[in-house]
Design a protein around this ligand. Structure first.
Ligand code: 13P
Length: 340
């Protein structure tokens, strides 16, 4: 059988217990992150910080792909190599965020729908020429009084499927990201119910549009208690609810499920991923973390080039901890004892 490039790429990103670094913060979001460490969000500071992450020694041992933002895929390292090329030269696959954000969904108060389909075919072609081999589109589902509605879930699923089809046509692996937010006061069971509905509708839409399930990755939330819920589930409860939910609605043909961290602390995100992998399933269960891979590294850097090496060590430590969690071999003690 001929080698299928989409299948190969999807599998390579999550091979050998590796995961994804989500470094695709929009200009607005990265400004918030930089504000938290009192660093001005200039184009050069953003380039410097991302170069620091991408050149961290050993990044390729735990990171199989990096999601870039439009600005970043056009930037170069100090020596003139494009950042995408730099990653590819280490065997880390460059990816690109292609949605243009979640906006208020007209007619659906309190709910968001993701935009960015117009002109996407041409943008994907350009991104591929710039080195991108996978892409990301994030849909946001909000839990609240009477929401999410079926209409909103449907609209987001439909957009995800149209985006994914355009990606596969362009030879780019789509990461399908329907994120149920964890900010509300809902219980674990409510998150299970909403995540199940959302994923069911998403896979219906992917099936309807004849997507190749082996040539995509799913990026979902874990099934967790909302931040405002008095009764917070344990890692074991989260793991059971999450795997149980996916077993009902995610086809085994999908090669990898890469979780977002969604506001969990760094260690929580690792501990939950480890518990999930102690149960396991027919898919690789890995990570595509933004905040849970970068929070401590960002603090260690604090905008001072003299801290770059220390920040890189903090980052690769976090990545290594998550890679161990994919193997189901992480323990809390390793946070102290494993050196990078
Ligand atoms: P977090 O892990 O910070 O939630 O970010 C992942 C991501 O890419 C969300 O789209």
């Amino acid at each position: 059988m001929a080698v299928n490039e989409l299948h190969e790429t999807a599998r390579a990103i999550v091979a050998d217990h590796k995961g994804i670094l989500a470094a695709d913060e929009s200009t607005g979001t990265i400004k918030k992150r930089f504000d938290s460490i009192d660093v001005e969000s200039t184009e050069e500071n953003r380039r410097f910080y991302r170069q620091l992450l991408f050149t961290a020694p050993g990044i390729e041992d735990s990171i199989g792909g990096v999601i870039l933002y439009d600005e970043t895929i056009r930037q170069s390292a100090d020596d003139g190599t494009s950042l995408a090329e730099l990653l590819a030269s280490k065997g880390v696959i460059p990816g690109i965020k292609v949605d243009t954000g979640a906006h208020d969904h007209a007619g659906y108060p309190g709910e968001k729908v993701t935009e960015g389909l117009d002109g996407l075919r041409a943008r994907l072609e350009e991104y591929r020429s710039l080195g991108a081999r996978f892409a990301k589109w994030r849909a946001v589902i909000t839990i609240g009084d009477g929401i999410p509605t079926d209409g909103n879930i449907h609209a987001n699923a439909h957009a995800l499927a149209r985006y994914a089809a355009l990606c596969q046509e362009a030879g780019i692996v789509p990461i399908v990201e329907p994120e149920v937010l964890m900010d509300a006061d809902n219980t674990l069971d409510e998150c299970w119910e909403v995540t199940t509905r959302t994923l069911h509708e998403t896979f219906d839409a992917l099936y309807e549009d004849a997507l190749d399930l082996q040539g995509l990755l799913l990026k979902p939330n874990m099934v967790v208690s909302g931040k405002g819920c008095a009764q917070q589930a344990t890692s074991e409860e989260i793991a059971h609810a999450t795997v149980n939910c996916f077993q009902g609605v995610v086809p085994a043909a999908v090669p990898g499920i890469v979780f977002l961290s969604g506001g969990q602390s760094e260690v929580q995100a690792t501990e939950n991923l480890n518990a999930i992998n102690q149960i396991g399933g027919p898919w690789v269960l890995s990570y595509s973390y933004g905040r849970a891979l970068q929070a401590s590294a960002l603090e260690a850097w604090a905008g001072d080039p003299a801290n770059a090496e220390a920040a890189q060590e903090v980052f690769t430590h976090r990545a290594r901890m998550n890679s161990l969690a994919v193997a189901g071999e992480w323990t809390a003690e390793m946070e102290q004892t494993v050196t990078v």
